[in-house]
Design a protein around this ligand. Structure first.
Ligand code: 5AD
Ligand code: SF4
Length: 353
């Protein structure tokens, strides 16, 4: 079978996925990205959804080996935004015409159930934005309370589908627990997002194929694939960054397999490559997640160093992105950008919530 036929197959085997992920020749990669772009256009049209991130706290009780927010990193100045600051930032984001607010933090149990519920409820009262939570693994009762308070989506990356690597990166935590959390979140009605990091120490291309297959099994609403970037003051500080090429190949293959799913061009990709966002949008992505965390906090959310746009004024971000998108024939969506898997009836119900 030639590459053209492979790219048009309905289902791909694990071996075929590994083959596509490993493409290096420029012409072959262009064929892959062009096909991913066609599939993206069929399912998502030319709209790009912006998700406004607010990094509400950089405290974390975990010690993931790759992450600068890990508890053992004592060099970091820690912060927790007040509910009023978070709510005001959410209002600013919706005033810019962005209708998804992502509340993101380390696994910070000091930000307790009620405080988060209060923030969610207040934002839902004052705006018509969807709320995505990205707060790590929390209690099942907390997930339920936040759903009742009005949260719509939960982003919890599985990071790697290889259970041995998972336990290595996460101090013996178990992949099976993370999977249970994702299933629970889906069962109680969250739209769910997950995904991996590309280029983690000891990861193979076969592992990445399994990551994509796991995303398929979860029937995700959003799947994020971003490159690993070594972070100072972590055990992996002197490892190599993930490859931009392999990240783009992963996003493109994921688009072929997962089809009607949201795929972001991640900030980590834009950090490693000046044109990373555009390259990602041309290889299957339909989402951008700009950071709206106010100063002085945004500099202190150091998952990895030199994040793209860290020093820029977030209020200028919307128009800057719009120009970039229009240059490649895409437009900023003015909708909430809910799951592409909802039925027309469900969409009506969601939008009246
Ligand atoms: N490089 C890139 N992404 C990272 N993340 C954590 N550490 C890094 C890193 N060093 C991502 C993980 C995690 C999210 C908080 O950030 O995927 O889910
Ligand atoms: Fe904490 Fe998340 Fe970083 Fe792990 S990846 S250390 S849970 S912020």
């Amino acid at each position: 079978m030639n590459l053209h036929e492979l790219l048009h197959k309905d289902e791909l085997t694990r071996e075929e996925i590994v083959y596509l992920l490993s493409l290096k020749n420029e012409d072959d990669k262009n064929l892959l990205y062009t096909r991913a772009d066609e599939v993206r256009q069929f399912y998502c049209y030319d709209e790009v959804h912006l998700r406004g991130i607010i990094e509400i706290s950089n405290y974390c009780d975990q010690n993931c080996f790759y992450c600068g927010l890990r508890e053992a990193n004592l060099t970091l100045t820690r912060y927790r935004m007040s509910p009023e600051e978070v709510i005001a930032t959410a209002q600013m984001i919706t005033n810019l015409g962005i209708f998804t607010i992502v509340l993101q933090s380390g696994e910070d149990h000091g930000f307790d159930t009620d405080l988060i519920a209060y923030i969610i409820y207040s934002i839902k009262q004052q705006t018509n934005a969807a709320i995505t939570l990205s707060l790590g693994e929390r209690g099942f009762d907390e997930y339920r309370a936040w759903k009742i308070a009005g949260a719509d989506r939960y982003l919890l990356k599985h990071e790697t589908a290889n259970p041995k690597l998972y336990s290595l990166y996460h101090n013996k935590q178990k992949l099976s627990d993370r999977i249970e959390h994702l299933k629970f979140l889906k069962n109680i009605g969250y739209q769910i997002g997950s995904g991996n990091m590309i280029g983690l120490p000891m990861q193979t291309v076969e592992d990445i194929a399994d990551d994509i297959l796991l995303c398929k099994e979860f029937d995700l609403d959003m799947a994020a694939f971003g490159p690993f970037i070594p972070s100072p003051n972590t055990p992996y500080q002197s490892k190599n960054s993930g490859s931009v090429e392999l990240t783009l190949n992963t996003m493109a293959v994921a688009r072929l397999i997962l089809k009607n799913v949201h795929i972001p061009a991640t900030t980590a990709l834009a950090t490693l490559d000046e044109d990373g966002r555009i390259k990602g949008l041309n290889a299957g992505a339909n989402i951008i997640m700009p950071d709206f965390t106010p100063n002085p906090y945004r500099e202190q959310y150091q998952i990895y160093p030199d994040r793209k746009c860290l020093k820029d004024d977030p209020r200028k971000c919307r128009s800057c992105l719009q120009l970039q998108l229009e240059s490649i024939g895409r437009r900023v969506s003015s909708s909430r950008g809910d799951s592409l898997k909802l039925t027309p009836n469900e969409i009506i119900n969601w939008s009246f919530k």
